[in-house]
Design a binder for this molecule. Structure first.
Ligand code: COA
Length: 320
């Protein structure tokens, strides 16, 4: 049998940190409100000159260096992003050029905050099918470019960054399972409504729109079902999970999911306080940081999950 496993990870966070105190001066909000409702203390914001492909490249180079590999050793790039630099070339191709590996296939996919889990599932399936041997999987986002900085109900939530994972073929399973879902009936609850082919003209004030409390309710319900079902497929429960590496949208959503698994918060990787919601970048960023600081060890069982606009959601069960 052919499987895939995680060889190495990397991340990139822009230098500029935007604190809750600074946000207090921009919109009618408070550090206390943001912390209590979301757990967020600060987020990183990309410079105007920083691109999604550039942030992805930085994260990818860190992963390659950690693995002791050259970019030439990669034979496919899959990137999750909701904030592509251009409509085309897709951001994975722009990043491929920056990495100097002309010729290999490279594509980005759009699944809002579930983008990385979708990209990981695609990469795992390419490897299992024998269509690729070593895949660079990236989540990279410049959410600061699509939020309305006058809308306190959304602008306090998001941040920028990138995470990268190198997957490689193996005989013994690393990625044990991936499950993806979508339900377009919820499309109006979380959206960036204009697009190239839409009848609505792109207007300057167009921005991410969200019905936060409804998103919260559905996210907790769908993710709760998802992780319980994923573990049940393998005759496992929360006890077997060494680390939950969740999408980092809101600390309250994350703790509700951990409770559903009876998993103590000591076994949950929590980065939302420092990063905010970095959409597709949030899971690989959290994964890389917990590997780098030694919390996640080789052999640990990891449960990755994400939820985003669409709605889209999914999970990955991983033996690291
Ligand atoms: N600062 C201060 N007050 C704010 C605020 C802010 N930044 N944003 C909203 N409020 C106010 C609202 O205007 C509302 O005031 P009102 O009662 O006078 O109308 C009040 O706070 C409560 O708003 P509500 O939206 O009901 O709060 P909430 O407890 O649901 O928390 C979110 C808001 C956005 C933090 C929460 O709903 C959430 O996290 N939802 C999920 C979002 C998410 O994860 N999205 C990404 C999915 S990938």
């Amino acid at each position: 049998m052919r499987y895939s496993r995680i060889v190495a990870t990397g991340h990139y966070l822009p230098e500029r940190v935007l604190t809750n105190d600074e946000l207090e001066r921009m919109v009618e909000t408070s550090d206390a409100w943001i912390r209590a409702r979301t757990g967020i203390r600060q987020r990183h914001i990309a410079a105007p000159t920083e691109s999604v492909a550039g942030m992805g490249e930085r994260a990818s180079r860190m992963a390659l260096e950690t693995a002791g590999l050259a970019a030439e050793d990669i034979d496919l790039i899959v990137m999750g992003t909701t904030t592509p630099d251009q409509v085309f070339p897709n951001s994975a191709v722009i990043m491929q050029e920056r990495l100097g590996v002309a010729g290999i296939p490279a594509f980005s996919l759009e699944a809002a905050c579930s983008g990385f889990i979708y990209a990981l599932a695609v990469a795992d399936n390419f490897i299992r099918a024998g269509s690729a041997g070593r895949v660079l999987v990236v989540g990279a986002e410049k959410m600061s470019s699509i939020v309305d900085w006058n809308d306190r109900s959304t602008c306090v939530l998001f941040g920028d960054g990138a995470g990268a994972v190198i997957l490689e073929h193996t005989q013994t399973p690393g990625i044990l399972d991936t499950r993806l879902h979508a339900d377009g009936r919820y499309k109006d609850l979380l959206q960036f409504p204009s697009g190239i082919a839409s009848s609505k003209a792109r207007i300057a004030e167009d921005a991410l729109q969200m019905k936060g409390s409804e998103v919260f309710r559905v996210a907790v319900a769908k993710l709760g079902e998802e992780i319980v079902e994923t573990l049940a497929r393998h005759d496992l429960d929360g006890n077997a999970v060494d680390w939950l590496v969740p999408h980092q949208a809101n600390a309250r959503i994350i703790s509700a999911i951990a409770r559903r698994l009876d998993l103590p918060m000591e076994r949950v990787v929590l980065t939302v306080g420092e990063h905010g919601n970095t959409s597709s970048a949030s899971v690989p960023l959290a994964l890389d940081l917990a590997i780098r600081d030694g919390r996640i060890q080789r052999g640990d069982l990891l449960l990755l999950e994400a939820f985003g606009g669409g709605f889209t959601w999914g999970s990955a069960l991983v033996r690291y």
